[in-house]
Design a protein around this ligand. Sequence first.
Ligand code: MN
Length: 146
Amino acid sequence: MGLEEYQRKRNFEETSEPKGEVKPSDGKIYVIQKHQARRLHYDLRLEMDGVLKSWAVPKTPPLEKGVKRLAVQVEDHPIDYANFEGVIPEGHYGAGTVEIWDKGTYTLKKRDENKIVFEIHGQKLKGEYCLLRFKDDKNWLFFKTK
Ligand code: MN
């Protein structure tokens, strides 16, 4: 995907979000940002392919097995975004407050077009999780498997 969509949606003279760039990386950042926008949601981000692959989760991320959450894939974010906290001004894309809700690293176990299995090493989320795409679009299910 790259960062074209991310950068097109934002005015970096008005928001304090990082403009960012695609970086060669083999890091394994995991972060969830609580985003109090028009609707509260949680943004799950995983460092992959030089960017943060991103999903918006409308409800509290699953802390235990048996809870399945919708996770809507959104535009790739720059790796620098993993540290972003702040207020996106009114009238701008994503207007509202962003705070880091959980952060750590992850270990990739399996990845194909429709399924990502990974172990999360966070403060709140720990253990094996799965992202499973359904109906070949932006909608995934996010749940704990172990
Ligand atoms: Mn968001």
